[in-house]
Design a protein around this ligand. Structure first.
Ligand SMILES: [Zn+2]
Length: 266
């Protein structure tokens, strides 16, 4: 029974990832890409456009939209222009499925927590994917995360917060706000090289993780960033949006996802 539950969760996360990824791509295309002026009605494009080939814009056939398997069913290429489809689609869909599998395997996750985890995952993916492409984090996504974080904190985790007698609630807020202020300080000390978005992101993700996991968030993120840039120095195959600036939102998001698994849900 537990296994079937985890398997369904894996499938749901793969589908949800695929959806979040297409939203992230449309946000980038309609607002930040060079061709953004070719999309007059951006909101309609965001929710109605069909998934299409990145090169020739031919719509992907229905079986190509199946998470993970779709890539192999279309033999990894567009049926119209035969140009290859990026391997990142099946790779990240597999990672999302693994995330969903592990999330429910550790046990004890309630349906509310599961839905919350799904929503948070979608927004975190949009942050990671947009930051990686453009060095820019959509403010709407951070605001969404912050609202979800507060809703979870006050309605689910500490429904009696108004009594102001919970030490845990205080610690959850203290840890996340501590990083928020330290990041502000780092931003000033670095001569504003760090984006304000990263400062806001660490607060939202910190509140969601709570103590003690939030303590490790920037450390994990820095560790991933160092690993990434070490790999990148040795491979021209790895894309980075800039030589000077670091898309720290990508690494904060990745660190958050790992820590949320260690926490056993969000
Ligand atoms: Zn094509």
């Amino acid at each position: 029974m537990q296994f079937i539950l985890s398997l369904s969760s894996a499938l749901l996360f793969a589908i949800w990832h695929s959806f979040a990824d297409s939203i992230a791509w449309r946000v980038w295309f309609a607002w930040y890409s060079k061709e953004r002026k070719s999309v007059p009605n951006k909101m309609a494009f965001l929710f109605s456009a069909r998934s299409a080939c990145e090169h020739c814009k031919t719509p992907v056939r229905w079986f190509g939209l199946i998470p993970i398997a779709g890539y192999f069913l279309v033999h990894g290429k567009c049926h119209h222009c035969t140009r290859p489809i990026s391997w990142r689609f099946p790779l990240f869909e597999t990672l999302a499925a693994s995330y969903g599998f592990v999330l429910t395997s550790v046990g004890g996750i309630t349906p509310t927590q599961f839905i919350f985890a799904l929503l948070v995952y979608g927004l975190v993916w949009i942050v990671m994917s947009t930051d990686y492409r453009t060095l820019f984090v959509p403010t709407e996504a951070i605001l969404g995360l912050l609202l979800l974080a507060l809703a979870n904190l006050l309605l689910v985790r500490y429904p009696h917060w108004f009594l102001f007698n919970s030490v845990d609630l205080g610690l959850d807020l203290a840890v996340s706000f501590l990083w928020y202020f330290i990041f502000h300080l780092l931003r000033i000390l670095s001569g504003y090289k760090m984006g304000l978005a990263d400062v806001r992101l660490v607060l939202a993700l910190g509140i969601i993780l709570g103590h003690p996991y939030a303590i490790y968030l920037p450390g994990f993120a820095a560790f991933f960033a160092i690993g990434f840039y070490f790999l990148r120095r040795n491979s021209i195959l790895i894309y980075a949006p800039s030589q000077k600036e670091i898309p720290f939102g990508v690494f904060l998001g990745g660190a958050f996802l790992i820590l949320s698994l260690l926490r056993g849900g969000v």
